[in-house]
Design a protein around this ligand. Structure first.
Ligand code: ADP
Ligand code: MG
Length: 472
């Protein structure tokens, strides 16, 4: 009996592990020590006040659902916080938050194992328009979506759409970028702004994956009509990660009809994609051609000044202060994407709070090393161009010249192919960086190289050699 709290907490940890990233789990949940279980109240010890705040801010829904799952509806969580006063430590007990609205933890997918049926509001009979939950995350606003050269068109386009949904030329608004660059954040911001400016409009955010699941369920239960009608009631429909519909012909077909209906009725569509629309494979051409009707805007990797501004804003809104030196160091060294930048910042603050160590450049370097080693290697287009030019002994500037020299043309095509394979950049971005070409040229280059790989053994060996250099 005495170890009951251990058992329960271990069960909770299993669920939590399935519903968080490895990094978050290690950072926020591993350091927790379960202390006791009395009258359905589980007390857990956390290493600092900062941990407590962070858990309550970011993981409360997951914690609440998990606790209730194992302790029943009256299950509650209590924190024992290790406080550090100058000469001794003491603990302080805080109740877990009791509010009951269920939101996704920031930036992470909904804990799927917990909520068996995510949103399926259209099955509720007599549903009134205004009762639809928009599924918007209030933490993703325009205010905290920092503008830079990398995202100006998309952000301004989004603001225009939010002011006059369905009434601008930006319909649909299609936002595309590699991962972690702000698509999801921006489309939530647009939804929230519409609701602020036009409270009478029905806004719905849905991931293409959820849309597909709903479609499959509806089609199984033979109520596709309800499904379609539900979507036809929406004034501003936001579909995140449309690339998920690739190959799903039937779902695409239904989406096509919903799209047409909404568009004809001057309703706003906002779509995000991890690829430039023309590069979306296995999508119906007639659907793709619809996407061109409005505004297509990309989000690029922010430059160092924007990265630093984003960091400062995140720190400020989380009530954390870091020396300028550290902020600059992070902004300079984490170049991949904003999600990773945020991840490193959080790990850093958590580690320093956990070990009660001051945040120094050394600690920052350590965390950064560990973080970058753990993360999938993502490389920049620039990096690839460097390697390719070096390999073929071509001066960097040559790649940008309008030359038809065979060797340069070939190197450029190879650089494009490798950039598509290894970086997160869109074809348009790759083209811009490889001699100011358009995305169609990049597309063609990738195909040429792929064809040659299939037919030319020697070429294949050389490419393998090059790729080895990239992943080194
Ligand atoms: P995507 O959907 O493109 O993969 P997300 O929208 O999930 O990317 O963004 C990843 C993280 O980076 C989020 O926490 C988001 O708040 C943050 N982020 C991205 N761009 C910006 C920006 N311009 N300003 C502030 N935060 C940003
Ligand atoms: Mg996203």
């Amino acid at each position: 009996m005495t170890s009951n709290h251990l058992n329960i907490w271990n069960k909770c940890l299993e669920v939590i592990k399935d519903n968080t990233s490895e990094q978050s789990y290690a950072t926020w949940f591993k350091p927790i020590v379960p202390l006791s279980l009395h009258n359905q109240v589980l007390t857990i010890q956390v290493p600092s006040m900062f941990f407590y705040d962070w858990l309550e801010d970011h993981y409360i829904d997951l914690l609440r659902k998990t606790i209730k799952r194992f302790l029943g509806p009256d299950g509650k969580l209590e924190y024992s916080i290790l406080m550090d006063s100058s000469d001794q430590s003491y603990t302080m007990v805080m109740p877990g938050s009791n509010h009951n609205n269920i939101k996704n933890p920031i930036g992470r997918p909904a804990p799927e194992n917990l909520s068996q049926s995510p949103i399926n509001p259209f099955v509720i009979p007599g549903l009134k328009k205004l009762q639809i939950d928009s599924q918007l995350n209030e933490n993703y606003t325009f205010e905290n979506f920092i503008e830079g050269d990398c995202n100006r068109v998309a952000r301004q386009g989004g603001l225009a759409v939010a002011k006059n949904p369905g009434k601008t030329a930006f319909n649909p608004l299609l936002i595309y970028s590699g991962t972690g660059l702000g698509k999801t954040h921006l489309c939530h911001a647009i939804g929230l702004e519409v609701k602020r400016l036009h409270p009478d409009k029905t806004v719905l955010y849905v991931q293409a994956e959820q849309f597909t699941n709903q479609y499959v369920t509806a089609s199984k239960n033979k109520n596709l009509n309800d499904f379609v009608h539900f979507y036809q009631m929406i004034d501003v429909l936001i579909i995140d990660d449309i690339q998920f519909l690739a190959k799903k012909t039937m779902t695409q077909e239904t989406f096509f009809h919903i799209f047409n209906y909404l568009h004809q009725n001057n309703k706003q569509l906002i779509i995000t994609s991890d690829k430039f629309p023309a590069d979306l494979q296995d999508m119906e051409p007639r659907l793709l051609s619809r996407f061109k009707w409005g505004l297509t805007a990309d989000l690029q990797t922010p430059d160092v000044a924007t990265r630093s501004a984003i960091l400062r804003d995140k720190l400020y809104s989380n009530g954390i202060s870091l020396p300028d030196e550290i902020v600059n160091y992070l902004a300079t060294n984490v170049r991949t994407n904003v999600r990773e930048l945020e991840g490193v910042m959080i790990s850093l603050v958590a580690q320093s709070s956990l070990n009660k160590k001051a945040i120094t450049i050394e600690l920052t370097q350590q965390i950064l090393d560990r973080f970058l080693r753990n993360s999938v290697k993502e490389v920049s287009v620039e990096y690839i161009i460097n390697i390719v030019c070096d390999y073929f002994n071509i001066p960097l500037e040559q790649l940008a010249l309008k030359t038809r020299k065979r060797q340069v043309v070939e190197a450029r095509q190879i650089a494009m192919f490798l950039a598509k394979k290894y970086s997160n950049a869109s074809l348009a971005t790759i083209g811009k960086q490889c001699g100011n070409k358009d995305h169609a040229t990049v597309h063609h280059a990738c195909k040429t190289v792929a064809d040659r790989l299939d037919t030319d053994k020697q070429f294949k060996v050389m490419m393998a050699d090059l790729e080895k250099k990239i992943s080194m």
